[in-house]
Ligand binder design. Structure first.
Ligand code: PLP
Ligand code: TYF
Length: 387
């Protein structure tokens, strides 16, 4: 049976992990996969997470099944973080998912089930997993230009033109903050314009929120969600806790849906439960249970927010430092989150790896959190010498 299969390419981002590890050069620099790193290169477990995990270990007295929704306390405790004061109440439905990836896949399945002919508009470049996830559900994809590598900014005219060409029942997949792979986010004014177009044209927003708290702050980073929800009757939000709670391998996320009424939400909810049962039955528990413990504890929440702010500050200061070392990098200081995309060819990326031990995917995307005060100058020199 397996004779019929063709070899598939490796994940362009995850394959950098192994290549970097195998390099014996001591001054190697990893700006590959998107995990946060401290000034000393670690990706630590959050302080609050360690405490929450200890509490969980001590107090959890069963591991019996929870059901396809996962940890409902986690889902409910996350709502104020996402919606703030603008929670749509009984119009909200959803469930815990295996990471933001699980939420995206389920969202796409739900759309395909509700409206098989829907087209999904997505800006390019985007997270390389977006197109294959959508493709699995058979939804048609319409790509438009999100980012101009020359100016390092959003091509807002292209975004507007694309969304204006979408019809009722089409979908717009939009990254809410810390755009992966460009760091080029929408401004608040641009979100207002996007929201008006989505509302006017009847386009369903599928909002990908995988880095809340890593751009400007938890509330500021959710502005896109709140502005859009003010203008549309229905939306989907694929949420990841894997970066902002440092949970990565624990695969923790949620899918939030907003329907036009409580009754519609109830029916949509039964559909996501059925889809989850057919996909993974129930999500893994540990990460969500620990995140819930943090979210319901005022002390742990405060410490989680403080550590998230430290991470954000480090990213911002590395972005500023890059611009100080070389003005060519100054536009990166206006971007948000861990990622930027440099105008590098695959050949230049190869030279960076082979001649300078600087590791990034062929797309030229860099993880700013891989830079430190100790290696940033060497990084800038290396990039300049291949450009
Ligand atoms: N969406 C974007 C834009 C991402 O960068 C990621 C990264 O992992 C995800 C979704 C999925 O997150 P998770 O690791 O929780 O599946
Ligand atoms: O873009 C990144 O680096 C992160 C991590 O298949 C990631 O989003 C990368 C690839 C992948 C899953 C997660």
């Amino acid at each position: 049976i397996f004779d019929a299969l063709a070899l598939q390419p490796a994940d362009p981002l995850l394959s950098v992990i192994g290549a970097f590890r195998a390099d014996p050069r001591p001054n190697k620099i990893d700006v590959g996969v998107g995990v946060f790193r401290t000034e000393t290169g670690e990706t630590p477990v959050f302080r609050a997470m360690k405490t929450a995990e200890r509490r969980l270990l001590e107090t959890q007295d069963t591991k019996a099944y929870l059901g396809p929704e996962g940890d409902i306390g986690f889902f409910q405790a996350l709502r104020p973080v996402v919606f703030g004061a603008a929670d749509p109440g009984e119009r909200v439905f959803g469930l815990q998912t295996p990471g933001g990836t699980g939420a995206l896949r389920l969202a796409a399945e739900l759309i395909a089930q509700a409206r098989p002919g829907a087209r999904v508009f997505l800006g390019t470049p985007t997270w390389p997993n977006h197109p294959p996830i959508l493709k699995k559900t058979g939804l048609e994809q319409v790509a438009y230009r999100h980012f101009d590598a020359e100016t390092q900014a959003v091509c807002f005219d292209d975004v507007v033109a694309a969304l204006e060409s979408a019809g009722a029942g089409d979908v717009a997949l939009l990254q809410v903050c810390c755009h992966n792979p460009t760091g080029a986010d929408f401004t608040v004014e641009q979100w207002h314009e996007i929201a008006r177009i989505l509302g006017r044209r009847g386009v369903l927003p599928l909002l990908d929120l995988a880095y809340q708290g890593l751009a400007e702050g938890l509330d500021a980073d959710a502005a896109g969600v709140r502005i859009v929800l003010d203008q549309v009757p229905a939306a989907l939000i694929a949420y990841s806790c894997d970066k902002n709670f440092g949970l990565y391998r624990e695969r923790t996320g949620a899918l939030f849906g907003i329907a036009a009424s409580g009754e519609r939400a109830r029916i949509a909810h039964s559909n996501v439960l059925a889809l989850a049962r057919a996909a993974w039955s129930m999500p893994p528990d540990h990460g969500a249970a620990a995140a819930r413990i943090i979210l319901v504890s005022p002390e742990l929440s405060a410490d989680w927010r403080a550590e998230l702010a430290e991470m954000r500050d480090r990213i911002v200061s590395m972005r500023e430092l890059l611009g100080t070392i070389d003005p060519a990098f100054a536009p990166l200081a206006r971007q948000h989150g861990m990622f930027s995309t440099l105008p590098l060819s695959p050949e230049q990326v190869r030279r960076l790896r082979e001649e300078f031990a600087v590791y990034m995917p062929n797309s030229g995307r860099i993880n700013i959190a891989g830079l430190t005060r100790g290696n940033v100058e060497a990084f800038v020199r290396a990039v300049k010498s291949v450009l």
